[in-house]
Design a protein around this ligand. Structure first.
Ligand SMILES: Cc1ncc(C[n+]2csc(CCOP(=O)(O)OP(=O)(O)O)c2C)c(N)n1
Length: 943
């Protein structure tokens, strides 16, 4: 026998097996034994081992085995996945020719060579291969060979071939399925007729999505899930809301009627509402027990896929049990996240990749997400060849070790099999799963669009194509399961339900709005945040206690020693920023509020400031002091995030809105990077209350300050937050002392339920270790958050003060610690620690103390077109300005800032130092303000 006659992945294996069989038939498995027994030498000697006949049949056996393997791996490339009949992409190794085989060859070979259930009871290899093709290249294609886990591949292969999830093995109720498909179709058609031209982003062409979701829900509930969350875009959303979330038809129809609503006007905290296909809904499946079995679709913006990480964060929060202390545990069995994607958006939007990357990280894992790509083969007017560089819309998922099945949306049974398989896989492996549901789009992108302009050929196929309801009804009739007129009666009955709803509709009354409630007045002002010194000392002792025999890195010994002494002398010792933060969080945990903190390198801190996690220097074991507080009444979790801003911030947003009673903090590496998450800021953080009645209270820690680091690493772009601030939708603080930060965090925790608002904190870099910013222990034990810090020295002799510099954050510290200060006893420096909501009263209170006040200057280190300057000017034009002028009507207002620029800061540390020195000198009035062209002049000369 010539070994060169054998090739392909299975050749070596089969030869080796055959050799083993020759030596000892009982050493091989029964199936192989059956095969090899047929190759025993014939009586005349032809085909003796090593003889020609055996060699030929062995060669064919190898080829047949290679063909079987190709079908198992690449069968999906030959599958009939497109309801519109497009030819599959194909793969040469799926053909007989490629392997040099004929059907006759296969007929001469035993079925056992193909192996698996396809071979069971098959006459020969030809029949077994035919069956195998039906399994892998029918209307369901398994795209799983990228998985590195042999266990998972084996499980999926077994599931595919045993067909144990297929309705042929576990039947569905065919009439109930027809009835559901009828509801789905009739709903869209009814809306089409009743509201011609109105956008609804119809599901038609992917109608089977609804029965699939129904199947998934039933399975998840059966497996013990309590919270099921569905994130989805516009496509098919109304249908999912109506038929999965049971949103009443009357609500939906009232939204189409769109009556004038008093809620828009009456809300005190701002309310714009949102369009119907962005709205969310919640369905409780077990009456009277709201904690169990809740299905939620959160509202989402138009920004495709932006909801993905939000939904994951919601899931994580819902599945995280908070006990008394330690580290909270996530239980994947009680939740199920489902994400429905568009086929253009899935490969196109970066947030999808960012979210997939979260799927297996400790701090972000949600037990496996079921992804369904609602693949209508079009993105608005764009074809796949213009929208992705991959063959399938789902290919991105492959890099994340996620199995994919592609399924033809016109085959309801295959679709339900895919849904069942996905859920069973999730249950078994607790990993993500992708179903690429391939259908078509019955109309244009929206119902006013004409798809024939851009896809004339495709729509020649779409227009006459029967609906899946029609196809299913026909198949039931052919199987004798349905009378000829029954399908029509179902359509008539479903239409009548909708018609009745429309006729009896009272749009203004039927429309329910999620108008946000107004918080109790003064809640923030009245919050007590001080912690008695003795309690602080106990907390501090716990924070510096390491487990016995813990081998701390020698350089950290100094840090612990400093922390240990921080509270010894109430007036004399100093609490730096990190110590204040640790004490604030520890006291919050003792108060029973769970804390979650994430961000890039947050465990240690970008500036080595938090050191919230210690590692044994010898064995690397972790120790988190905040998880070991003896009297903690809630747990603490901290995770270094992956290198993302968009998805991770959105994740924390989702976590926060799902469990608003927990304090969630996200830290950016530098504040600049927040612009990578601008969608989250614009679309969720600042506007969700107004659009959807959500009340986020997420804390964002954004390092900010001009320290010569360059155009980036300087600015957290506070001007953008201030532009977005309206109707008290956020709090923005730029504190300058450790005690202020302590009170700010404690106040936020206390307000989580009473007056929730996102908190944006511009956090320090150099101030972390600046003695000026360290506080005395007594400052934590007394007082509270001060939105404005007066100049204590100036208040000693207020009548000397003629000029007040109003500033915020680090520049205030630069001024207070400047050598020029001594020479200017007439100048007071007032720090606005809270910028929004604008602390007008506190500021006026301070300024009124100076009876000889002549000049008030806003001074900042950011360029004129950035920072809080624009916001300050707006305040001067409002009632605050009037009140200020009433102190002295000849009050002069001044401004000091870097000159207007398109980039936030200089890329040279020496130029920075010069500019900074000049800003300080100009602030005190030692240097004249340079002539700056007005913006209009500058533009005019540029033209
Ligand atoms: C981030 C973002 N960019 C652009 C758009 C505008 N837009 C709305 S739908 C759409 C096409 C989406 O195609 P696909 O993902 O295939 O979903 P389909 O509408 O086909 O269901 C586009 C580009 C958007 N909504 N969000």
């Amino acid at each position: 026998m010539d070994l060169r006659d054998f090739h392909g992945p299975n050749a070596g294996y089969i030869l080796e097996l055959y050799e083993r069989f020759r030596r000892d038939p009982s050493s091989v498995d029964p199936a192989s034994r059956t095969v090899f027994e047929q190759w025993q030498p014939e009586p005349d000697g032809a085909g003796a081992v090593g003889g020609e006949t055996t060699a030929i049949s062995l060669q064919r056996a190898v080829k047949a085995a290679n063909l079987s393997q190709a079908i198992r791996e690449y069968g999906h490339l030959g599958a009939r996945l497109d309801p519109l009949g497009r030819k599959p992409p194909g793969e040469p190794s799926l053909s007989l020719d490629f392997h040099g085989l004929t059907e006759g060859d296969l007929r001469a070979l035993p079925a056992a060579l193909v192996g698996g259930p396809a071979a069971e009871g098959a006459r020969d290899a030809e029949e077994a291969i035919r069956r195998l093709r039906e399994m892998y290249s029918g209307t369901l294609g398994y795209d799983c060979d990228h998985l590195r886990s042999a266990d998972e591949r084996r499980w999926l292969r077994e599931a595919a071939e045993s067909r144990r999830f297929h309705p042929s093995m576990r039947p569905v109720d065919p009439i109930a399925l027809l009835s559901k498909l009828t509801q789905v179709e009739v709903f869209e058609r009814f809306l089409h007729r009743a509201f011609p031209g109105k956008y609804r982003f119809s599901i038609e062409g992917l109608d089977i999505l609804i029965p699939m979701l129904e199947e998934v829900l039933q399975m998840a509930i059966g497996a013990g899930a309590c919270t099921i969350l569905i994130g989805m875009a516009h496509r098919g959303r109304l249908n999912v809301l109506a038929h999965i979330l049971n949103k009443p038809y009357s609500q939906i129809l009232a939204e189409f009627k769109d009556p004038i609503r008093p809620a828009f006007i009456s809300s005190e905290v701002g309310y714009t509402g949102d369009v119907k296909y962005h709205k969310g809904a919640r369905r409780e499946l077990r009456d009277g027990d709201p904690t169990c079995l809740v299905v939620t679709i959160p509202p989402n913006p138009s920004h495709l896929e932006a909801i993905n990480p939000v939904l994951e964060g919601m899931t994580r929060a819902a599945g995280t049990k908070v006990g008394k202390g330690g580290q909270p545990a996530f239980n994947p069995k009680v939740t199920l996240p489902i994400l429905v994607h568009g086929d253009a958006a899935f490969p196109g939007q970066g947030v999808v990749a960012e979210t997939l990357n979260l799927s297996r990280l400790c701090g972000y894992w949600t037990g496996g997400t079921l992804h369904i790509i609602a693949n209508n083969q079009l993105g608005f007017t764009t074809m796949p060849y213009d929208s992705r560089s991959t063959l399938h819309a789902s290919d991105l998922a492959k890099g994340f070790e996620i199995p994919v099945v592609h399924v033809n949306a016109d085959d309801p049974e295959a679709c339900l099999a895919a849904a069942r398989l996905a859920l069973a896989y999730r249950d078994k492996f607790h990993k993500d799963f992708v179903i690429d549901l391939i259908g078509y789009r019955r109309h244009g992108h929206n119902e006013g669009d004409e798809p024939g302009f851009t896809q004339p050929v495709m729509y020649k196929a779409v227009t006459p194509h029967p609906t899946v309801r029609e196809l299913w009804a026909k198949s039931l009739q052919e199987r004798g399961l349905l009378n000829a007129d029954e399908a029509g009666k179902m359509v008539a009955a479903a239409t009548e339900v909708l018609q009745r709803e429309l006729e009896t509709l009272e749009p203004a009354e039927d429309l329910q709005e999620q108008v946000p409630a107004t918080p109790p007045p003064g809640a923030a002002r009245k919050t007590k945040t001080a912690v008695p010194l003795e309690r602080l000392r106990v907390l501090n002792r716990a924070l510096v206690s390491l487990p016995e025999n813990f081998r701390l890195h020698p350089k950290l010994e100094k840090l612990i020693a400093r922390r240990r002494e921080a509270l010894d002398d109430p007036e004399g010792s100093t609490v730096d920023w990190a110590i204040a933060e640790g004490l604030a969080l520890a006291s919050i945990l003792e108060d029973g509020i769970a804390v979650r903190m994430t961000g890039q390198d947050v465990e240690r801190g970008t500036f080595s400031q938090h050191n919230a996690v210690f590692y044994d220097a010898e064995d690397g074991k972790r120790f988190v002091p905040l998880q070991a507080l003896p009297k903690a009444a809630a747990p603490f979790e901290i995770y270094n995030s992956p290198l993302s801003e968009n998805a991770v911030l959105a994740f924390e947003y989702g976590y926060n809105i799902q469990e608003p009673g927990r304090l969630v903090l996200w830290e950016a590496q530098y504040g600049d990077f927040i612009n990578g998450a601008q969608t989250v800021v614009d679309e969720f953080l600042v506007s969700a209350r107004s659009k959807w009645g959500q009340t986020p209270s997420l804390v964002m820690l954004l390092p900010h300050g001009y320290e010569g680091a360059g155009p980036d690493h300087s600015s957290a772009r506070l001007e953008r937050f201030l532009r977005l601030a309206a109707e008290t939708n956020l709090r923005l603080a730029y504190p300058t002392t450790a005690a202020q930060y302590f009170h700010l965090l404690r106040r936020q925790a206390a307000l989580l339920e009473r007056d929730p608002l996102p908190l944006i904190v511009l956090t320090p870099k150099s101030l972390l270790r600046n003695p000026f910013s360290a506080s005395r222990p007594v400052e934590l034990a007394k007082g509270g958050w001060e939105p404005v810090l007066a100049d204590a020295k100036a208040l000693d002799q207020p009548d000397k003060i003629e000029q007040v510099l109003v500033c915020s954050g680090k520049f205030g510290v630069d001024l207070l610690t400047s050598d020029r200060r001594e020479a200017h006893p007439e100048t007071a420096i007032t720090r606005m620690e809270q910028i929004y909501p604008f602390p007008a009263d506190a500021l006026l209170g301070v300024l009124k103390r100076f009876s000889k006040l002549k000049v008030v200057k806003w001074v900042q280190e950011e360029p004129r077109n950035m920072g809080a300057l624009g916001f300050w000017n707006e305040q001067l034009n409002e009632s605050f300005g009037q009140k200020l002028r009433s102190i002295n009507e000849r009050l002069v207002f001044g401004l000091v800032a870097r000159s207007p620029n398109s980039s936030p800061a200089e890329g040279s540390s020496s130029v920075h130092a010069n500019t900074q020195a000049s800003l300080i000198s100009r602030s005190f009035g030692d240097e004249a303000e340079p002539e700056t062209k007005s913006a209009a002049d500058a533009q005019a000369s540029a033209r």
